[in-house]
Design a protein around this ligand. Sequence first.
Ligand SMILES: NC(=[NH2+])NCCC[C@H](N)C(=O)O
Length: 475
Amino acid sequence: MQRALGFVLGATRASTRVKRTDECRRRRVVLTRFPDCWSRALTRRPGRSTLVSTEFVRRSVLVDRLRNNRARILEHRFACQMTSEGGSATSVLEAPPEAYSCGPLEFLRRSVVQVLASEFGEATLHNTDPMVTFASRPEFGDFQCNVAMSLARVVRCKPREVAERLRAGLEPRVAGMCSTPLEVAGPGFVNFRLCDDYVASLVQRMMRDPRGKLNIPEPAVLQRIVVDFSSPNIAKEMHVGHLRSTIIGDTLCRVLEYLGHSVIRLNHVGDWGTQFGMLIAYLREVAPESLSGERPPELGDLVMFYKRAKQRFDEDPVFQDTARAQVTKLQSGDEESLRAWRLLCDLSRREFEKIYDLLDVHLTERGESFYNAYLPEVIDRLEKQGLAQLDQGALCVFLEGFMNRDGTPQPLIVRKRDGGYMYSTTDLAAILYRVREDGAQAHSVCDGCGTSDAFRAGFPGRAASWFFRPIQSDA
Ligand SMILES: NC(=[NH2+])NCCC[C@H](N)C(=O)O
């Protein structure tokens, strides 16, 4: 799968580089860029608020770019068709078959590793990353290899010399795929330019694929994959971290779905926890009509109420007690509290939906509250397996390699002293449910905003192996 993904993105990025030049028209290849780069650019807006309102999304370049991106993929199919019909390319030299089956990037990586091994010996390499990347500027070609600079120290040669030996070894291997002679530039970069015939032929193979799958190899195993993304918090506005996660998650899902996997798109919204006790207690005091449903607040008002409630909570110990009592009431199923909570969730959901609609992103909401019923079972399993231990009244799991700054083991609290559960506990319950009930075989959490310590500590993979069979996970 990864190879296929690398291939798609590889082809995509490489071709974007030539887009601005005349070559593009000559090659008749119009491809698109992975949206990740501009979602990241968005996150970096200096000195501005990072909150994301519907209006922000509507007016931003984002929607247009997404549409354009998706439109360009269609355009690309059309362009491929033109190329295949035009079919003028007759090549003198055929690129090696592997250059077609695994795509240019992977093929170059493998070739660099082979040449380095034969030039400098396997032992010297010791898992050396071949450092083949997309060219950093169009004038450098399509790909570049940066390994000479770092390897020079190990093999005690000048970087340029390493690069020269690499070039000489690579040229016969990449003939027909890259134009030769290859270029050694600057301190020791090796630059690669794909031959037109190779690109044309790649594109033709994509178009002629009888499955209509752009010649991307079918994954060896088709899996049921959970992708957890977006996950904004109720009663708060989305921020760019959520937007980033939304776009990356949706992109990942589209690729996986395209490959034929069965994908479960989950929105793990923050809809549970102390903030609701605080907010409901505060609203009951200052704006009871908003809770009865007579005059429901706007999301913007809710954000303001939330801030005030938080301030009140931080300053007033009596209010803290009221808020805590309110959480307990809510979590123990008090009807009136649940009604208020549902109202707040509905309100936020409607706002989030507007953004998802604009972006044409579809997700199934399954928030933190959903896993409430499974929390005791998580604790029970951890205890039964001897993985949790009491530490100053709190139930903790100590994970190998999960340390405080001072080197002492960092506890991962799964149940607080007062019996309350943690965000991590919910994440564990989510894994339990996704593996057992959803039958997930692979799991990906698109973290654009901050997952729990449990995820950061690589807990999902470990948890799943404790609870069940091995599971792939990348937080
Ligand atoms: N499964 C997860 N923990 N997903 C990430 C949740 C992110 C959380 N709602 C936040 O905004 O910080």
